[in-house]
Design a protein around this ligand. Sequence first.
Ligand code: XIL
Length: 373
Amino acid sequence: MKTRNTLITIILPALLLASCTSDKALAPGPSLKNTFINDFLIGTALSANQIEEKDSVADVLIREQFNVLTAENIMKSLFLQPEWGKFDFRLADKLIDYGTKNKMTLVGHTLVWHSQLPRYVHRITDKDSLTEFFTNHITTVAARYDGKILGWDVVNEALNEDGTMRESIFYKLLGENYVTEAFRLAQQAAPNTELYYNDYNIEQPKKRAGAVALIKKIQDANVRIDGVGIQGHWHAGRIPLKDIEESILEYSALGLKVMITELDVELLPRNFTGADISERMKMKDDPAFNPYISGIPDSVQQQLANDYEALFKLFLKHKDKITRVTFWGVNDGQSWLNGWPVPGRTNHPLLFDREFKPKPAFYKVIGTKENVN
Ligand code: XIL
């Protein structure tokens, strides 16, 4: 009897307490990076504030959930070389320090892009000056971070929707070989860094054919290209799963690593697809254009969750070909889709809400791993 009482009064509560504590220790909130640790890297894009560690809540989530970082803006030429020949590496260096300190992988975005160029580049009208900017920018920046980052988006968005070359300033003044030349310069300056081509909608058949031709051209010139980034700015209820799967197979067959580099699933109405940041949409004076100011209804939340689940099931199916999945932002409040293509809307395209709380989509993504293995 005495033993029984001791069991009830002392040992049982102690056991219960221990089991509660160890439950906590054994089962912390799920983490994306740990869940997919054997499959692919899980990344996010960081804003300048996040790089400067000004947002402590975001900071905790970044370290808990992600193992690879892209700068959302500050490694674009507008920010790295704001004046001709004068570089500003302060924030980019800070990102490298942040990644190193937290044992995270880093990706550079982007060496050559027609958007977010310094103003003086737009004023260039001759081939020689543009060649000078192009060569100096790629060489200086790529060399500085060689060995410190995993890879560079060497060229971003060189293609039109029909697969032809976009008539950017680079194309117009340097000619169509500029993409191969960018990779050649990056290869010389950064022998230890992976080199990627990155674009949106390159899962779509016509644009994909253009990307394949572009990649083959680089390869035929004996210039190194290691991977291709499908940006992944998709729309809820309209994820082109078949095109994405065909693209993963096709790019991988070229000997390339495949990455999803800017993933978000947009919920708001749009009259075009893609992610050309110069394209804008006039918001009609109609609340239907901004319907989720105070949150999303369950049905939409479920749609988002199902879309993300379908995507991650596909990514897992091809985990031998996919090396990284990066979300374009940490939480809904940060997403560029609140300001583009219509300024001032309230979008909800990511896995964490404005309070940094995981949404149903987050749990569905985590669940894909449980269901597959
Ligand atoms: C976006 C950033 O998220 C915004 O903050 C910025 O104002 C414009 O650029 N494709 C790309 C990214 O390759 O660099 C873009 O990022 C989104 C579309």
